[in-house]
Design a protein around this ligand. Structure first.
Ligand code: HEC
Length: 257
């Protein structure tokens, strides 16, 4: 029983290690951020997720899809049913088929997925100098230290050092975090690029943090439930261990040493 308990605590502690410790093997040192979803009691800040969705919608969605998220999923980040209907209706979806058998466009409904900006991969590549902007639904899970990595990546644009200037290929940009330091995505965030509907000042860092938190929610919408279950299981194990201990004392009490 105690072994189980120690193992459980060890797993939690490992999860708590600062990113730069875990990232050491990845080569780049990431600036670790405090996330509301860190730690065994962490959760999402709905206001932040909505700001993050706004950044996604107004900036990232022109190149990146969010294939696994339907409009109605956005109710989980605090939008009402009516709001998701309005949000959805601003997009057009290709549907099949009308009475003549032709594909036609219709406004999206909450059950539809957020439409991909490109009709197919070839089109996406052709529009981005041969590179494919990946779907962002699971991106925070697909990279080591996902949230810290993405936050750092989208802010890590600077002028290339003199010895690299020549090496930067056409359509590529110098980025200190991306593997190889050349990325096909130009810098996307600039201070006050968007105007947040909740009045928060849209600095570069604020937008990077909000959109990353939103993408982490997209990748793990059940994070809060998972953590709550974990804490409950631990509490149960703790109570059970104490009970088992007293039971053992009681059973052995009658025995002479
Ligand atoms: C103009 C198109 C465009 C926009 C807008 C854009 N991206 Fe990208 N993004 C790309 C392309 C192209 C790549 C592929 C880069 C490569 O492989 O070199 C990419 C790659 C990425 C990656 C993957 C990096 C990796 O480790 O492979 C992330 C994460 C990302 N973008 C996040 C964002 C976020 C967040 C936004 C909005 C703030 C955004 N992008 C806006 C074009 C775009």
């Amino acid at each position: 029983m105690r072994t189980v308990l120690f193992a459980a605590f060890a797993v939690i502690l490992l999860n708590e290690l600062p990113a730069d410790v875990k990232a050491a093997s990845e080569g780049v040192e990431l600036d670790h951020q405090e996330w509301t979803f860190d730690g065994p009691f962490g959760g999402f800040d709905r206001q932040q997720l909505q700001r993050g969705f706004q950044v996604y919608r107004e900036v990232c969605s022109s190149c990146h899809g969010l294939d696994y998220i339907a409009f109605r999923n956005l109710e989980a980040i605090g939008y009402s049913e009516d709001q998701t209907k309005v949000l959805a209706s601003e997009y057009l979806i290709e549907d099949c088929c009308d009475d003549q058998g032709d594909i036609f466009d219709r406004p999206a409904i909450p059950a539809d997925g957020i439409p991909n900006p490109y009709p197919n991969e070839q089109f996406a590549r052709a529009s981005n100098n041969g590179s494919l902007p990946p779907d962002l639904s699971l991106i925070t899970k697909a990279r080591a230290n996902g949230p810290d990595y993405i936050y750092n990546l989208i802010l890590a644009y600077e002028d290339p050092p003199a010895d690299m200037e020549e090496e930067i290929m056409f359509g590529m940009y110098y980025n200190t975090v991306f593997d190889g330091n050349q990325i096909a995505m130009a810098q996307q965030l600039f201070d006050e690029l968007i105007e947040y509907s909740d009045g928060t000042v849209a600095t570069n860092e604020q937008m990077a943090k909000d959109v990353t938190a939103f993408l982490h929610w997209a990748a793990e919408p059940k994070l809060e439930v998972r953590k709550q279950t974990g804490v409950r299981v631990l509490l149960f194990t703790l109570v059970f261990t104490v009970l088992a201990y007293f039971l053992k004392r009681r059973i052995w009490a009658g025995l002479k040493h």
